[in-house]
Design a binder for this molecule. Structure first.
Ligand SMILES: Cc1ncc(COP(=O)(O)O)c(C=O)c1O
Length: 441
């Protein structure tokens, strides 16, 4: 019996149940992954006990000799891995990291531009309900009907509104981010160009996706997606960034502390350092290559099965299915897949005809399954399970009348919960996943 089992059975049982769920299912959410045992050890360490506001060598609390070593090591590893001039490893997560960038280089009310959320952008890139749109003037750009960035629109926005900051990088964009095209537009108006590579930082670190570093002034990334570290984030300043503004590194640091945050989460910093060491290995390069190969296999299998994909496929770790032609929606498919032991998330598609609550798309990614050891042949099975579920729920279309929708969704959930076909797929998956370990489980 562990201490937790004895002292807090409610929390202990919930953790065990979650471990079982993770082990017996297929994790297809593109922003999720499984960290190594070493990352887990660093996260669960006594470093969580320590306060260390400030930065290495300049702290507002005593007793930080060892914390300084850890934070400096994380910074040095990130600088070497991404080829940048300055790194801040203290952001609590991706959203505060992005807000700190606004805080560092803008004044309230300044114009900004990022990809529209419904087209694949992130909340913090200026979506209307985010604080980023409340405190700054947001002019979102969109994607074309073919799913690729609409650069003509961004040029018009640049000319008319002169954004002081432009975001590139997204949350649901299955194609290579066109850093050079963004840089041409940002440079033409003297705007800061920031690449949010949260989704693709593991691919960038491994050289599988082009690096934004030569093109942008600032790079932000979460550390828990393809980079396969703990939940956290980093802000990086490039050579181009320092050329534009020699004070940029110090502005970023001050925007994090004391501008936005207090004490850094030292257990997370240590775990980030561990993940960065792992990401610099040849094994990690192979892992990142395999992520893309696995997505390509899904793309090929969905094509064969006649499943429509936004932009026709993927260059990276994720795919966006367009179910508007299948007589169902992402909202129904997400639930049916859950019953069948597959976790994915419903998502809007470009030109969404339904609504963000009941979107037409489903977002799928391969980073987590690739960590478990899934290869192309396994992905053929994964595609087959998904296609079978899609066909099984075909015709479960959302009622046209808005007032009937909540009742319909409730009834659909009850139906799927008891559906023997979905349960049988769930059993097949449960037995298949037994051969694929997850660190820490
Ligand atoms: C592109 C992008 N940026 C930022 C974030 C925010 O990260 P967090 O959830 O850690 O705040 C996400 C998370 O999904 C993301 O996809």
């Amino acid at each position: 019996m562990s201490n937790l089992q004895t002292q807090d059975p409610i929390i202990s049982k919930a953790i065990e149940a979650e471990a079982k769920r993770q082990f017996e299912g297929l994790e297809l959410i593109p922003s999720e992954n499984y960290v190594s045992e070493s990352v887990l050890e660093a996260m669960g360490s006594i470093l969580t006990n320590k306060y260390s506001e400030g930065f290495a060598g300049h702290r507002y609390y005593g007793g930080n000799t060892h914390i300084d070593v850890i934070e400096q090591e994380a910074i040095d590893r990130a600088k070497a891995l991404f080829g940048v001039e300055h790194v801040n490893v203290q952001p609590y997560s991706g959203s505060p990291a992005n807000f700190a960038v606004y805080n560092a280089v803008l004044e309230p009310g300044d114009p900004v531009s990022g990809m529209n959320l419904l087209d694949g952008g992130h909340l913090t890139h200026g979506w209307k309900v985010s604080a980023t749109a409340k405190f700054f003037e947001s002019h979102p750009y969109h994607v074309l009907p073919n799913g690729h960035t609409d650069f003509e629109e961004l040029k018009r926005i640049a000319k008319e509104f002169k954004p002081k900051l432009i975001w590139c990088g997204a949350t649901a964009y299955p194609r290579t981010i066109e850093f050079a095209q963004f840089a041409e537009i940002a440079d033409s108006i003297g705007a800061y160009l920031v690449a949010d590579i949260s989704h693709i930082s593991g691919l960038v670190a491994a050289g599988v996706h082009e690096s934004p570093v030569p093109y942008v002034h600032i790079v932000t990334t979460t550390t828990h997606k393809t980079l396969r570290g703990p939940r956290g984030a980093m802000i990086m300043v490039t050579k181009k960034g320092l050329e534009k503004d020699p004070g940029l590194a110090s502005k970023i640091d001050k925007a994090i502390f004391p501008g936005l945050q207090g004490g850094p989460h030292n257990h997370t910093t240590a775990a980030i350092a561990v993940a960065l060491k792992e990401a610099a290995t040849p094994e990690f390069k192979e892992y990142a290559k395999q992520i893309v190969k696995n997505t390509k296999t899904l793309e090929q299998e969905f094509s064969k099965a006649g499943i429509k994909m936004v932009s026709g496929g993927s260059d990276n770790h994720l795919l966006l299915l367009d179910l508007s032609v299948n007589g169902t929606l992402g909202s129904q498919l997400e639930y049916a897949m859950d019953v069948a032991h597959m976790t994915a998330n419903k998502n809007t598609i470009p030109g969404e005809k339904s609504s963000p609550y009941y979107p037409s798309g489903l977002r799928l990614g391969t980073p987590a399954l690739t960590t478990r050891g899934f290869k192309e042949a396994d992905m053929v099975h994964v595609a087959d399970w998904i296609v079978r579920v899609i066909h099984h729920i075909e015709g479960d279309a959302l009622p046209k009348e808005q007032s009937e929708r909540a009742g319909f969704i409730k009834a659909i959930h009850t139906k799927y919960d008891a559906d023997p076909f979905l349960k049988k797929i769930g059993e097949e998956i449960k037995s298949y996943t037994k051969a694929f370990p997850i660190p820490g489980i």
